[in-house]
Design a protein around this ligand. Structure first.
Ligand code: BGC
Length: 346
């Protein structure tokens, strides 16, 4: 894959031309701003370290002034940020929901004639949903568990597997889980214990401790929804001297390190630049009044533009670095250096 900008020059040119030429004077200021709300800074490193710079670069290249703010996991703050943005004027809103806070914002934006892209997480009432193929994300996670069990010589039908998932208010969490269950059920796997869903890493750790006690310490694998939750769970497995198959998502630095150390089976890599490019393509089409073609539709009818995710094990880490989404300097720190050498990570 190319390291250079993945946003096609045509899209950039089209959006820029549109912004410069076709707006009524009164609208010009509003149309030039793209208003983006990120959900939090601690359910994973992706929002601040990955999505923010990718959105900032992509939107700016496309001729927008990017106003990107973070709701810091606070629904009230989400609403306040949105009101201020809409008062200033937005040509488009790109929203990543936090616990349903984006639904009211999408309504207000649409009432003001501002198109709304639900970015990464679904939002009722959005014009379009741009994300990864989340069912495939889950299927890849389920497959990691099966592959890990096979490597450990364990039968999925009898293995003691703990199932965990993301925050149930995030529509993605169900898509991930359903995708994983499709693969696990087909192999005859069952949950020995099902944890309450959360995107809060610390909470995931506490919930896993309870699960661990409930299954009397007999754990053969853990279905974890992302690297952040997996990291907390791995800390507890570590304390108990256990290394078992565990899934993840985001190709975060911590996740890639755990994969290289053999503590996490693999991670689902979702290149930010591809997601941003898909969103920009939709924005360009909306502004031109062109038809947006979506490969999928959400249950509520929202057109769903789905980018393909990739499963990355230890031998795939270099691919993430080559794409510019991580650096060997960040990953190959003291404890991980030897594993980097073994897997040719540089
Ligand atoms: C995203 C994941 C992320 C999680 C927690 C989900 O909606 O798709 O990439 O790990 O939220 O922030």
């Amino acid at each position: 894959m190319k390291k250079t900008s993945l946003i096609s020059a045509a899209v950039v040119a089209t959006v820029s031309a549109l912004l410069l030429s076709s707006c009524a004077p009164a609208e010009t200021a509003a149309v030039q701003r793209a208003c983006v709300i990120l959900p939090d800074a601690d359910s994973g490193t992706r929002w601040e370290a990955g999505d923010r710079p990718a959105l900032e670069a992509g939107l700016t290249e496309a001729g927008f002034e990017a106003d990107i703010q973070n709701a810091q996991a606070d629904p009230a703050k989400y609403a306040t940020i949105a009101d201020a943005m809409l008062t200033k004027g937005c040509g488009v809103m790109v929203l990543i929901d936090h616990q349903g806070a984006a639904v009211a914002v999408a309504e207000k934006a649409k009432a003001a004639g501002v198109p709304v892209i639900a970015y990464d997480r679904p939002i009722a009432g959005a014009d379009y949903y741009v994300s990864f193929d989340n069912s495939t994300v889950g299927a890849l996670q389920g497959q990691m568990i099966l592959d890990g069990l096979a490597a450990a010589g364990k039968d999925p039908k009898t293995a003691s597997i703990i199932y965990s998932s993301g925050d149930p208010t995030d529509g993605n969490a169900k898509m991930f889980l359903d995708g994983a269950l499709g693969v696990l059920d087909a192999a005859g796997a069952k949950a020995a214990f099902t944890m309450t869903g959360t995107w809060d890493g610390a909470k995931a750790g506490t919930l896993f401790e309870q699960a661990f006690t409930a299954v009397k310490g007999k754990v053969d694998a853990v279905l974890a929804p992302n690297d952040n939750n997996a990291a907390s769970i791995i800390t507890i497995l570590d304390k108990n001297g256990l290394v078992v198959p565990i899934s993840g998502q985001d190709a975060s630095v911590a996740g890639l390190q755990n994969v290289l150390l053999g503590k996490q089976t693999a991670t689902v890599y979702k290149p930010f630049k591809l997601e941003v490019a898909a969103a920009l393509d939709v924005i360009a089409k909306i502004l031109k009044g062109e038809k947006v073609t979506a490969s999928k539709t959400l249950e509520d009818g929202t057109p769903y533009i789905a980018v393909d995710p990739v499963s990355v094990g230890a031998d795939g880490v270099q691919q993430v670095i080559d794409n510019g989404d991580a650096t060997a300097a960040d990953i190959c720190t003291a404890e991980v250096a030897a594993a980097c050498e073994t897997h040719g990570v540089k």
